[in-house]
Design a protein around this ligand. Structure first.
Ligand code: XIL
Length: 443
């Protein structure tokens, strides 16, 4: 024992000297060496849009799994990819992206449930109530398929017009009625209550007429209890960044939604690294900016052919823009609040048992009903809701509950409610939706 003591002391001294040397070489103790790890130090993610067709490329997947802790399918969860003919859903490629993300411990951003582009041809040729019904069914089916696995969904993409109007873009979806966006958000919430629900758009990289139009919509949604949790700023940028980029993010965050940079890419030019750093710093300065996604990995993967707008060159080597982003992430910033619960209106708890309220999105010939069940002054272990359906109305699908005729019982996972707590379920039906308040019974 005694003979070993001097060696132990010497070993400890050597270990200390090595640690000190390593510490000096590594710089600040908390400087991370990958984008994802560095963003995680302030509770954020750093993601990339990825393509299922590139997952067999070894350089691509090496960078993906080393650097990024969030993924977005570049095309694989869009309407044309997931519902190529009406009512026939194909999730093969979407699932490949999901599984890649889950396998590497990354968040998965869902993109995009409704958009005027990349619609299947059958949807392009629909209009009016047939299109509204098909669109809401699409939201419900896809969000249900991925239920519980998506961090945030771009529920609606690019619905506002460019230019000075600040109004909606004309599209077949917009022509179904101005309430199509809120109908989509309500259907998405009912289908996947755990996902954050985002509105996503471009040319919103500062305070301008378009971003103000979106701001006004989000404020209205929050005031009326339409479920929205986040706003995505695509940020497909040129060679400069607007001076009020951060202020614009902040004004949305002040409405009580998260903000995310969802599709960042920046034209190559003398300023590329600086623009990337400025976007990163802006996000870090806004506590509710929860993460940044770049729209591709290498320049050769980018949709902006010839513009070299990404962080890695064609051979997968880090560019100056990569280093500027990593340094900006390592400089730290404000910490996002820990996951706020999804927004919704909470009816006050009433007496014993439970109460239920219904909100409807109706169109000619059909509707989606969202039912909110609230426990009374005692906890519940199960609930049963009965809805009065007008004659001619039939339930065609139900989520977050089991259904028999006009009676709905809790699903396995949402029957237990603390006193005063609420949950939601939904159903789609033909004809006209329920006009009277549903009844609710404990058990
Ligand atoms: C792009 C994809 O990157 C391309 O591969 C595809 O051909 C067209 O769509 N805004 C969006 C993204 O919300 O879905 C778009 O992605 C880029 C612009």
């Amino acid at each position: 024992m005694n003979g070993n003591a001097p060696r132990t002391v010497l070993g400890a001294l050597l270990a200390g000297a090595v640690a000190a040397a390593v510490g000096m070489l590594a710089g600040p103790a908390d400087a991370a060496t990958t984008l994802g790890a560095s963003a995680a130090q302030t509770g954020r993610y750093f993601g990339a849009a990825i393509a299922a067709g590139r997952l067999g490329d070894a350089t691509y997947t090496r960078i993906l799994s080393t650097e990024f802790n969030s993924v977005t399918p570049e095309n694989e969860m869009k309407w044309d990819a997931t519902e190529p003919s009406q009512g026939r859903f194909t999730y093969t490629n979407g699932d490949r992206i999901l599984n890649q993300g889950l396998a590497q411990g990354a968040k998965v951003r869902g993109h995009a449930l409704l958009w005027h582009q990349q619609q299947p041809s059958w949807a392009q040729s629909l209009s009016g109530s047939a299109l509204r019904s098909a669109a809401i069914n699409h939201v419900t089916q896809v969000a249900t398929h991925y239920r519980g696995q998506i961090y945030a969904w771009d529920v609606v993409n690019e619905a506002f017009a460019d230019g000075g109007s600040g109004g909606r873009r004309d599209s077949n979806l917009q022509r179904t009625g101005n309430d199509w966006i809120e109908a989509a958000f309500r259907a998405a919430r009912a289908a996947d209550p755990a996902a954050k629900l985002c509105y996503n758009d471009y040319n919103t990289d500062g305070i301008n007429a378009k971003s103000t139009g979106i701001y006004t919509m989000v404020r209205d949604f929050k005031s009326r209890g339409v479920p929205i949790d986040c706003v995505g700023f695509q940020s497909h940028l040129g060679t400069s960044i607007s001076g009020d980029y951060q202020a614009n993010l902040q004004r949305f965050a002040d409405l009580g939604v998260d903000v995310q940079i969802t599709e960042l890419d920046v034209a190559q030019g003398g300023n590329q690294a600086n623009v990337y750093a400025a976007v990163t710093r802006a996000c870090l300065a806004v506590s509710r900016c929860t993460g940044i996604t770049v729209w591709g990995i290498r320049d050769s993967d980018s949709w902006r052919t010839g513009e070299n707008p990404l962080l890695f060159d064609n051979s997968g080597t880090k560019k100056a823009a990569y280093t500027s982003v990593l340094n900006a992430l390592n400089a730290g910033g404000s910490t996002p609040p820990s996951d706020p619960p999804p927004s919704s209106t909470t009816p006050p708890p009433s007496g014993a048992g439970c109460t239920a309220t219904v909100s409807l999105n109706s169109w000619t010939g059909g509707y989606v009903a969202t039912v909110r069940v609230t426990a009374g002054s005692s906890a519940l272990t199960g609930w049963t809701v009965t809805v009065a359906l007008p004659s001619g109305s039939a339930v065609t699908s139900t989520w977050s509950a089991t259904n028999s005729g006009n009676t709905f019982r809790n699903a396995d996972y949402n029957g237990q409610l603390a006193a005063g707590a609420s949950t939601e379920f939904g159903f789609q039906g033909t004809g006209t939706g329920p006009a009277a308040a549903p009844t609710c019974q404990a058990g």
